[in-house]
Design a protein. Structure first.
Length: 238
């Protein structure tokens, strides 16, 4: 990367400056010795001071390079988040490996849905009957991965062409081998009758880390309901 090259060049220049500074320091000490007939510092101390200056500059260069590496890692996370659209910036500050893995899971899910790939979508869920999903549409719940796969088949069959999804306001929390997230997921497309579909929903996912992989084990999808009319309020704002 250009920025990485620029920082390496700056580090090199800083080290070169340190070497020149040490040489200049020794030159001045020699001039003082020539003028006064003796060194103001013993030879060992003079070398120690020169070495200390060089060591400080080398340490500064190393810290500069380390800071750039951390910055680039954060940039990679931000680029990954862009595939999931406008992720909560809280995650970008100090994302752990587990949080980054869950973020990649959600991004992969969105990519798979946009491609109409149910197999790839279901790889993000636990594969046995322990999966529980409370969907925004009937039935009241889906129990097991096979049942939820059938629900996704029905979901895609209701659209003309492929629907699209974006995920926003994603917040991830991890504690040991358990984690959860909440987000707004916005589905758009055209139904079989040619009507536009514009459906934002609230999604809460529960995760477990199994054999080193994070999987969704619980999912709850909902929309606000206007209790006066008993109708969903999909345009509700925070």
């Amino acid at each position: 990367m250009n920025k990485d090259r620029n920082y390496r060049e700056k580090s090199g220049k800083l080290i070169l400056f340190g070497i020149k500074l040490v040489m200049h320091f020794e030159f001045i000490m020699k001039k003082i010795e020539q003028k006064h007939g003796r060194l103001m510092l013993p030879s060992g101390k003079k070398k120690t001071h020169a070495f200390a200056v060089l060591l400080l500059l080398l340490t500064g260069a190393n810290l500069l390079a380390s800071a750039q590496t951390k910055k680039e890692q954060d940039m990679i996370i931000v680029k990954k988040q862009n595939t999931v659209k406008a992720i909560n910036p809280i995650i970008t500050a100090h994302t752990s490996d587990d949080e980054a893995a869950i973020l990649a899971l959600e991004s992969g899910f969105a990519d798979a849905l946009n491609a109409g790939n149910i197999d790839a979508m279901m790889k993000n869920y636990i594969t046995d009957n322990s999966l529980i999903v409370f969907d925004v549409v009937p039935p009241r719940q889906h129990v097991g991965a096979d049942a939820y796969r059938k629900a996704w088949v029905g979901f895609f069959s209701s659209f003309k062409g492929l629907p699209k999804i974006t995920i926003t306001d994603l917040s991830i929390t991890v504690d040991g081998n358990l984690g959860f997230s909440h987000s707004i997921q916005h589905v758009t497309g055209t139904d079989r009758q040619g009507n536009p579909v514009d459906r934002p929903v609230r999604v809460t996912d529960g995760y477990r880390k199994i054999a080193g992989n994070w999987l969704i084990v619980l999912e709850h999808i909902s929309v606000p309901v206007d209790l006066k009319t008993n109708k969903p309020d999909i345009n509700s704002k925070p």
